[in-house]
Design a binder for this molecule. Structure first.
Ligand SMILES: Cc1cc2nc3c(=O)[nH]c(=O)nc-3n(C[C@H](O)[C@H](O)[C@H](O)COP(=O)(O)OP(=O)(O)OC[C@H]3O[C@@H](n4cnc5c(N)ncnc54)[C@H](O)[C@@H]3O)c2cc1C
Ligand code: FES
Length: 490
């Protein structure tokens, strides 16, 4: 990144939120620089299953309670507007696999009472929805169901590439760089890992989770891991639709159409759990079992991956001015399972705020909003975070290093320290302090992902190097000399 340059707007993060914001601002004549520590889509955007839904996954009867009837209507309308925007952009960019499809919500246990309640709430919110006794066409195990019109799906890889190309054509400059700290003010500044201090008239933090402030926003949202499997399926064996149930965690399904006469691909997601808590090595197997039960025609499984979802305590993202009061700093976070539409909305809303235009949804998504109506969820999540600090007084996962097999990780106690130790495939020990560099919780090992995951606010670190994989931490785990753990060498 060239030192000493001061763009109008610096966007940190090149996912759906950052790139949409950058493109929109450039279209408004702003000089925009985007930085990303790894490159476009390296975060959660390319892990998505890319349901584009105005039928939000947090239930409209909850949204109406948390945000009022008008808030629920605005939530539905704003996501519908985001889908419309994506549709227009995709149409001008070769299509990007965009297709309007219906969405179906069905009860995970056959009990229709909850979806009947959602039917009323979704209608009140302005959605076109109907109750189907026979459930999802062609899938007998999914009945009854609600059918939502005008939902959509997209090829997220093609879409993000088109966004980046359009942004660059509009003058946006993209660099690979990592921001460690941001300070607001008349001329806010981002301090980069290479020592450069980058000033701009405004800074947008679109890093999925803000890394620049310690507490405020992290008490209002929680990080979850979510898993996806991809299954082959004969063409026509599943409807081209968005499908999801009302379990907790819920399953979500969509089709990727067959090419060249081969099998279609079915993407099935779910098995969510709080990051760093209740790690479940059977997540993929459970998803596969569920898929076979719902779609007996499945021919086999080809892929599986996981990603991070940030759940806001009151169901809607936080998009707007920095809630910690940093002047001219803007954030987009709390995307929930609707992050592609939330991220697109962020691009539209933040552009309006930065150019000084009114936006009808600014209040609804204001990161400073109070959690009055979502207070129950807010209290539960924060009590859960507080409980995680108890790890510091407990025993380690293992007592001696020889309990650790190849490719395994565990936390071991060493005097006053807790040390995160990983033995790689060649038998080498990689050890780091287990203290999360965000606010000091003790990290835990994820066997499924070979990473150190923090149970407090969801930071994740590479099992081998300790490098940050997910914020809010912005610094890697502190190295800890493995020789200090070897009793023969003390
Ligand atoms: C398995 C899974 C399935 C999903 N399915 C759906 C779905 O069907 N529909 C839907 O709408 N949403 C879905 N989501 C959610 C959606 O994918 C995300 O909410 C969305 O992609 C987040 O976009 P973003 O731009 O906010 O963040 P990201 O895409 O994570 O982008 C943030 C970028 O910031 C960069 N970065 C982070 N920190 C720094 C730093 N300090 N300095 C520089 N760069 C930094 C990262 O490298 C990254 O590229 C899903 C998510 C997952 C994990
Ligand atoms: S993520 Fe906040 S303490 Fe680890």
């Amino acid at each position: 990144m060239p030192a000493g340059e001061a763009p109008d707007v610096l966007v940190i993060g090149a996912g759906i939120a950052g790139m949409t914001t950058a493109l929109r601002l450039a279209q408004e004549g702003r000089e925009v620089v985007v930085i990303d520590r790894e490159g476009p889509g390296a975060g959660e955007t390319l892990r998505t299953t890319a349901h584009l839904a105005s039928a939000l996954d947090d239930r409209f009867y909850h949204l109406a309670r948390w945000h009022g009837a008008d808030g629920a209507r605005q939530a539905a309308a704003s996501h519908a507007a985001a889908i419309d925007w994506i549709e227009r952009f995709a149409a001008g960019s070769g299509g990007c696999g965009f297709r309007r499809v219906p969405g179906y919500l069905f009860p995970h246990d056959g009990d229709e009472r909850r979806i009947r309640r959602e039917l009323d709430a979704a209608r009140d919110a302005g959605l076109e929805v109907e109750f189907l006794d026979d459930g999802v066409p062609g899938v007998p195990a999914m009945r009854p169901a609600l059918r939502f019109a005008a939902q959509a799906r997209i090829d997220i890889d093609a879409y993000l590439r088109a966004l980046v190309a359009a942004a660059q054509d509009a003058g946006v400059r993209c660099f690979r760089a990592e921001a460690l700290k941001v300070e607001g003010g008349e001329r806010p500044v981002a301090h980069l890992a290479d020592g450069v201090a980058l000033h701009a008239a405004a800074i947008v933090i679109a890093s999925n989770v803000p890394f620049h402030e310690a507490v405020a926003i992290h008490t209002k949202q929680a990080a979850y891991r979510s898993y996806v499997v991809a299954a082959g399926l004969p063409a026509g064996a599943a409807p081209d639709a968005l499908l999801w149930d009302d379990g907790d965690p819920y399953h979500y399904v969509r089709l990727v159409e067959a090419r060249d006469g081969g099998d279609a691909l079915l993407l099935v997601g779910g098995a969510d759990h709080k990051t760093g808590q209740d790690e479940d090595p059977t997540a993929y197997v459970r998803l596969q079992e569920w898929t076979r039960r719902m779609f007996p025609a499945v021919t086999g499984f080809s892929h599986g991956w996981s990603g991070q979802i940030i759940e806001p305590n009151d169901g809607l993202a936080f998009i707007g001015r920095d809630p910690g009061g940093e002047a001219n700093v803007y954030i987009a976070t709390g995307d929930s399972g609707n992050g592609i539409t939330h991220g697109t909305l962020a691009g539209l809303l933040l552009t309006d705020l930065i150019v000084g235009r009114d936006n009808p949804w600014a209040q609804l998504y204001d990161p400073k909003r109070k959690m009055f109506r979502g207070a129950g969820e807010w209290l539960r999540e924060n009590a859960n975070v507080a409980a995680q600090y108890a790890d510091w007084v407990g025993a380690g996962d293992i007592h001696a290093l020889d309990e650790l097999g190849l490719g395994e990780g565990a936390v071991i106690r060493h005097g006053m320290h807790r040390v995160a130790v990983y033995r790689d495939g060649d038998g080498r020990l990689c050890s780091h302090s287990a203290r999360c560099t965000h606010l000091g919780c003790a990290v835990r090992w994820s066997a499924a992902e070979k990473s150190w995951n923090c149970p407090c606010h969801g930071s994740r670190f590479d099992g081998q190097t300790g490098a940050v994989l997910n914020g809010p931490a912005s610094r890697p785990l502190e190295p800890f000399d493995p020789a200090r753990l070897d009793p023969d060498r003390q």
